[in-house]
Each structure stands twice: as structure tokens, then as C-alpha cells.
Design a protein around this ligand. Structure first.
Ligand code: TYM
Length: 324
């Protein structure tokens, strides 16, 4: 294969959390040395939930800054704002014309919405089609995502194959890349870590806020001196992400042994998270000191991404009969 194209996106609907970090940000950064990487802040997608324009711009900048602080290197990977390449919305329309409604009715975000008796917007319903456009417009081979996005990459593959069958080989058919070790990062309550469950640990909170969040992890009422079960404990699951093998084994042994309270385990978890993110926190502070930096990276990224997107769209317009 020629240099593979790697692509992923993250929605600016709030501050990134460690589920985003281990599920996507870190794998995406690892991929930046292995091909041509395109990473974007999905502000069109965020419009399905964020309706305050100031907040949307703020979140978009913050997510970009976090991504850079975590190690995204703009000399290697293209970082851009989704809406700076509006051709993707054009492609989403073209794809929607070959998308069977039942395929979208089967997608989990839409089904979850209906299950909660909420009225889904057309944007939420059509969300996977825009995602397919994101992926296909950059000729992506590999899409590093968390487990929850797998279905969307499968929709993308179906749509690419359908378009290729109808119009000839216009699209690359992508593969998801989901690291088995970080398929789904649990939140503070043991469910999937997600902004919508309010069970997240942000990447760069204030020290006091992080301590408070970790100390508030719900636990059962096993007394301090009694043995505890490490299996299924949110504390142990999160600790495993930051600690080395020996430290994890020690915590598990201390759980089983009894004599150590949950408060002590939470303190160990806090230390591991706080020191784990220390280098990135310092880098973030340095980058944030230059107010024009993030915008300049996003603009340069949009120029590169835009050129590729326009080339794909010329191919698609020609193949589908649009234009002269
Ligand atoms: P978003 O913003 O919800 O999440 C960004 C990435 O973080 C991963 N993730 C997790 N991974 C493991 N454990 C968790 N608890 C966890 N929570 C979130 C997600 O799987 C995702 O990879 N629709 C996408 C954004 C998007 C996109 C795309 C991604 C738009 N277009 C094209 C890839 C390709 C989303 O909402 O991600």
C-alpha cells in the first residue's frame, strides 16, 4: 500500500476526558508516525447538541489545545476544524442519496435517543452519513476510534462499497482500528465513560477538582479491615490505565488482603492520574501562553485537508454527473 491515510475526529461538546484519550487521542498520536494522519475537531457534529456559538468555539479551541498538548505534532499530522472544509457537507448530501433509511434507524445514537423518548433531529439521524463523508473525503485507510464508533465505520464501509458499485472506484474502503486494551474506558460509576453520563475524568482539571472527583467514586460499604474484590472496581480499572503491572498487582493484592480502605486506593489513583498527565499539563500551559498558536495550526491544517477534500470532490462530481 502507498502511505496509508489515517483519520479520526472528536466532537467539541465539552472538555476531552480520559476515555477520549485512551480510546482515540493516544492511539491517533501513535499513528502519526505511520502514515499521513488527518485529525479534526468535529464541530458540525457538535451542532447536534451545542447550540451556544461562543461555547462551541471555546470547546473547539480547547479540544485542539488538548490534542496538541497530548503530543499531536502538526509537522506530522494535519489538525483541522471540520467546518473549515465545507466540502464534507456536500459529500454528506451525495452519500445520503444512497443511504437506506433502515441502516440509519439501526444506528445506536439514534436508537438511544428514541429509547429515552427524546425527539431526534435530522442531524442526529443523519450523523453517521456525515461521519462517512469525513472518512471518505480524505481517502482514509485506517480510522482509530473507541469501540462506540465501530458501527459508524461499518456504515462508512457499506456506503463506500455502494458508491463504488454504482459509480466505479471513487472511494477507498476504510478499516476501523480499535485497540483491544482500550476498547471502552469505564467511567467513575463503572459504565462507559461519557459526557452524557457525567462520569468522566477530564484530562486537565485543577488539582483540587480532580482529587474531589476521584474521592467521590462510588464504592460499596465493605469496612476498611475486610477483604475487597478488585474485579469490577472502577478504581482498579482506572488505575490500570496509569500504573505499571507491579503497581496494579500490588493494588489488587491490597484489595484482597483487607486492612486498606477505599479512600487510600482513591488517593493512589489520584497520584497516578495527576503525575501521568503532568508532562502534558506543562506542555498545555506553554502552548496556551501563545494565544494565536492553536488557530494558526488549525488554519494550516484546513489548507492541507481542503486541498485533498477538493480533489476527492472533483472525482466524485465527475463520477456522479454533477457539474458540466
Ligand atoms: P467522540 O467525540 O464522542 O469521541 C472521540 C473518540 O473518543 C472515543 N471514546 C472512547 N473510547 C474508549 N472509551 C470511552 N469511554 C470513550 N469515550 C469516547 C470515541 O470512540 C472516539 O473515537 N462521531 C465521533 C467523532 C467523529 C469521527 C468522525 C470519528 C466525527 N466524524 C470520523 C472518526 C471518524 C464522536 O462523536 O467521537
Amino acid at each position: 500500500m502507498a502511505t496509508p491515510h489515517i483519520l479520526s475526529g472528536i466532537k467539541p461538546t465539552g472538555k476531552p476526558h480520559i476515555g477520549n484519550y485512551f480510546g482515540m487521542i493516544r492511539p491517533a498520536i501513535d499513528w502519526q508516525d505511520r502514515g499521513k494522519a488527518f485529525y479534526f475537531i468535529a464541530d458540525y457534529h457538535a451542532l447536534t447538541t451545542v447550540t451556544d456559538p461562543k461555547l462551541l468555539r471555546q470547546y473547539t479551541r480547547d479540544v485542539a489545545l488538548d490534542f496538541l498538548a497530548c503530543g499531536l505534532d502538526p509537522a506530522k499530522a494535519v489538525l483541522f476544524r471540520q467546518s473549515d472544509v465545507p466540502q464534507v457537507a456536500e459529500l454528506a448530501w451525495i452519500l445520503s442519496c444512497v443511504t437506506p433509511m433502515p441502516m440509519l434507524e439501526n444506528c445506536h445514537a439514534y436508537k438511544d435517543h428514541l429509547a429515552k423518548d427524546k425527539v431526534p433531529s435530522h442531524g442526529l439521524f443523519a450523523y453517521p452519513v456525515l461521519m462517512a463523508a469525513d472518512i471518505l473525503i480524505y481517502d482514509s485507510n485506517v480510522v482509530p476510534v473507541g469501540r462506540d464508533q465501530k458501527q459508524h465505520v461499518e456504515v462508512t464501509r457499506d456506503l463506500a462499497q455502494k458508491m463504488n458499485a454504482l459509480y466505479g472506484p471513487v472511494f477507498v474502503v476504510p478499516e476501523p482500528s480499535i485497540l483491544p486494551t482500550v476498547e471502552t474506558i469505564p467511567g467513575l460509576d463503572g459504565r462507559k465513560m461519557s459526557k452524557s453520563y457525567n462520569n468522566t475524568l477530564e484530562l486537565f482539571p485543577e488539582e483540587k477538582a480532580l482529587r474531589k472527583k476521584i474521592m467521590s467514586i462510588p464504592t460499596d460499604s465493605t469496612p476498611l479491615e475486610a477483604p475487597k474484590d478488585p474485579a469490577g472496581s472502577a478504581i482498579v480499572s482506572l488505575y490500570r490505565l496509569f500504573a505499571d503491572e507491579a503497581q496494579v498487582r500490588q493494588m489488587e493484592a491490597d484489595f484482597r488482603q483487607g486492612g486498606t480502605g477505599y479512600g487510600e486506593f482513591k488517593k493512589r489513583l489520584f497520584e497516578a492520574v495527576w503525575t501521568g498527565f503532568a508532562p502534558m499539563r506543562e506542555r498545555r500551559a506553554e502552548l496556551a501562553a501563545d494565544p494565536g498558536y492553536v488557530e494558526s495550526v488549525l488554519k494550516a491544517g484546513a489548507a492541507q485537508a481542503g486541498a485533498l477534500a477538493e480533489a476527492t470532490m472533483r472525482r466524485v462530481r465527475l463520477a456522479t454527473g454533477l457539474g458540466a
